[in-house]
Design a protein around this ligand. Structure first.
Ligand SMILES: [Mg+2]
Length: 251
C-alpha cells in the first residue's frame, strides 16, 4: 500500500454508526494511526458532535496534534493547539441567511407533505450549525433503526431537494447522512475541505487518502472526488477498521 501522509475519514457509517461514538477498538486504531500519520475527519455534524463521537473516545495518550476536524462538511477546520481546539477557518452563515433557509425548508416539507412539523419527534429537526443549516427529518436524536427506514433510497430527500434548491440559488443543498439535508454556502463541500486541509498542513492532495461509505454517485462522500484525492469505498466501520490495520502494517 502507498505511503500516505494523511488519512481522511467520513464519520457516520465509516468510523462509527450514525451519531454513535467510536467503538473502543476503532478509537485505539485511530490513535495508533495518529501516531504515524495525519488523521482528518470530515462530516456534516457540528464540532460538539465530533468531540463526543470521536475525541472523547480516544485514549488519553492520543496524539491530538495530528488530528484535524472538519465539521459541517468542510465548512470549518479545527486543529488541536496548546490544549484546545482552535478554529483555522469557519465559513459561517449569518442569522438572516439561516432564517431564510429554515423558512424554505419548512415550506418544502409542508408542500410535499413529507415532514409534518406539528408532530413531535426525537429532538430538533432543524439545526443551525454556524456554517450549515441541517434538516434532520426525524429529529437529531432519532434512533438509528427509525432513521434507516425513513428514506433508504433517498427518494424523499430528492423530492425535497428538488423543491428547495431553486429557491435557495445562492446556497448549496446536499443530501446528508441517513435522514438529513445540509445547506451551506455555495462552493463549500467535502472537496473544499480536502483542499483547505491540504494547504493548512502543507501536504499535497496526492499524498492523501479519503475513506467513506458513500462515494457512489449521489452519495454524501462523492464531492471529495472533485479535489482529486485518492478514495477508498468502505462498507461499514468494521471494513474501515480492516483498511486502517492494512495501512498500519504497511507503515
Ligand atoms: Mg457516511
Amino acid at each position: 500500500m502507498k505511503n500516505y501522509s494523511t488519512i481522511m475519514f467520513d464519520l457516520d457509517g465509516t468510523l462509527a454508526e450514525s451519531k454513535a461514538p467510536l467503538t473502543t477498538e476503532m478509537a485505539a486504531l485511530l490513535a495508533e494511526l495518529m501516531s504515524k500519520k495525519n488523521v482528518a475527519v470530515i462530516s456534516g455534524g457540528g464540532l460538539p458532535q465530533f468531540l463526543t463521537q470521536i475525541v472523547d473516545r480516544l485514549p488519553l495518550n492520543a496524539n491530538l496534534a495530528q488530528l484535524y476536524l472538519l465539521p459541517t462538511s468542510g465548512a470549518a477546520l479545527y486543529t488541536y493547539d496548546a490544549g484546545e481546539w482552535r478554529e483555522v477557518y469557519e465559513e459561517s452563515l449569518s442569522e438572516d441567511e439561516a432564517r431564510s433557509i429554515e423558512e424554505v425548508i419548512r415550506d418544502a416539507a409542508k408542500e410535499t407533505g413529507l415532514i409534518d412539523f406539528s408532530e413531535s419527534v426525537w429532538g430538533e429537526r432543524i439545526e443551525y450549525r454556524k456554517a450549515q443549516v441541517t434538516l434532520s427529518a426525524l429529529g437529531q436524536q432519532a434512533p438509528i433503526e427509525a432513521k434507516r427506514q425513513w428514506d433508504p433510497d433517498h427518494t424523499k430527500r430528492q423530492v425535497l431537494v428538488a423543491l428547495i434548491a431553486p429557491r435557495l440559488p445562492q446556497f448549496s443543498i446536499k443530501i446528508g447522512g441517513t435522514t438529513s439535508i445540509d445547506v451551506t454556502k455555495k462552493g463549500i463541500d467535502k472537496a473544499y475541505g480536502v483542499q483547505e486541509l491540504s494547504k493548512f498542513i502543507h501536504e499535497p492532495i496526492e499524498s492523501m487518502l479519503y475513506m467513506g461509505d458513500a462515494l457512489f454517485p449521489g452519495g454524501n462522500d462523492e464531492a471529495v472526488k472533485r479535489s482529486g484525492i485518492e478514495t477508498k469505498q468502505v462498507a461499514d466501520p468494521s471494513d474501515t477498521a480492516r483498511v486502517i490495520e492494512e495501512i498500519l502494517s504497511a507503515s
